[in-house]
Design a protein around this ligand. Structure first.
Ligand SMILES: *Cc1c(COP(=O)(O)O)cnc(C)c1O
Length: 363
């Protein structure tokens, strides 16, 4: 099979050295292995600009959704009420989780190409004192918009509520001072901006709030407190851990630090993204999100006018030449998406744009 690079927001293209780490069958209760889990948790705290004093890290088996579900169903108790802020499919998935777990919740929907308003959230919290928690997505991968979690975090803290952020596709690619922005629980996963492979999610948690959640979990396997309590002893996971994925992730973290940490990675992603949007614009292809709120991770493009073509045809044409792109996910317009995270550089962006140009000219 012909190899191709992924221009998708995770799983994404990883380095060969990260993939090679998985050629080792580690024992789960071995001290060397447990030390890797402890090291990962420590490195994640540093990337989040928080200390062991008031924050901690929990790793959770499964993809990113398992991490979001673990937080929502473990920290929101019987007497609590959640405000879900949604301007895309991932915000809406939180509502799905809330429904399945019978959580008490309210939802503030925003249109997909607008960022949720912090003032509006302040008003909702003012009017409904029963709300104890607020959850929202940072980088809405549905559209590529980057929501203003800093402004919302300020409001949530000022009103004394708990703030939960799905930073799945942004953590590591966009700098997030977790404590300064008032975030109590931040969820991300192994296969996004840290550039590991899929298999677990991680939660950066306000330690006090995590401890207060003891006994509230509505699920055994997704019990965040229980998972932390076991893992915090010596790095042994509660149930079988994805050993190969953990090894790959540890290597990916080291490579990220070698690259220059979040500032360097973020710059690479922003540079990729700017170049991509520029080249597309030159072909008459416009973005769905305005420049002001466009995030650096993934971009939704509107189909060019006068170019009626099927996504599948374009996908295949580009894939045959070495890159996989993504279908659109917004409902009100015909779109496709291109991600620019992972082991992707400006030369890849130039290449995929010239393939795209060739495809359009051949029509
Ligand atoms: C990737 C992603 C998730 C998790 O999706 P999974 O398919 O469970 O990995 C959640 N939220 C956002 C914003 C994402 O980009």
């Amino acid at each position: 099979m012909k190899n191709y690079k992924l221009l998708t927001p995770g799983p994404l293209t990883t380095t060969e050295t990260v993939r090679k780490e998985m050629m080792f069958d580690h024992c789960t209760w071995d001290d060397d292995y447990k030390a890797i889990t402890l090291k990962i948790r420590k490195q994640l705290l540093e990337l989040a600009h928080v200390t062991e004093e008031d924050y901690t890290v929990v790793l959770m088996q499964g993809s990113g959704t398992f991490g979001v579900e673990a937080v929502l169903t473990s920290v929101i108790g019987e007497q609590d009420k959640l405000l879900i802020v949604a301007n895309g499919a991932y915000g809406e998935r939180m509502e799905d989780i809330a429904k399945h777990a019978h959580l008490s919740y309210a939802i503030y929907h925003e249109v997909y190409n607008q960022i949720p308003s912090a003032e509006k959230i302040a008003e909702i919290l003012e009017k409904d004192p029963a709300i104890t928690h607020v959850s929202m997505v940072h980088s809405e991968t549905t559209s590529g918009i980057l929501n203003d979690i800093e402004a919302v975090g300020k409001v949530v803290k000022a009103k004394g509520r708990t703030f939960i952020v799905d930073a799945m596709s942004s953590f590591g690619g966009v700098d997030i001072p977790v404590k300064d922005w008032g975030i109590d629980f931040l969820v991300s996963s192994a296969n996004k901006c840290i550039q590991g492979v899929p298999g677990f999610s991680f939660i950066i948690a306000n330690k006090q709030k995590l401890i207060e959640s003891e006994g509230k979990a509505r699920s055994l396997s997704l019990d965040l407190y229980d998972q932390w309590k076991t893992m915090n002893k010596d790095g042994k996971w509660r149930f079988t851990s994805p050993t190969h994925v953990v090894l790959a992730f540890s290597k990916a973290l080291d490579e990220m630090l070698e690259e220059g940490g979040i500032p360097a990675r973020s710059k690479r992603y922003y540079d990729n993204n700017r170049l991509l949007i520029q080249r597309m614009k030159e072909m008459g292809i416009r973005t769905y999100i305005d420049q002001e709120h466009q995030g650096p991770i993934i971009t939704t493009f509107l189909y060019p006018e006068n170019h009626a073509f099927a996504f599948q045809d374009m996908y295949k044409y580009i894939k045959d030449r070495g890159y996989a792109i993504y279908p659109g996910k917004v409902t009100e317009a015909d779109t496709f998406r291109i991600g620019n995270i992972g082991e992707i550089y400006e030369e890849d962006i130039e290449k995929v744009c010239s393939i795209m140009k060739e495809f359009l000219e051949g029509r």
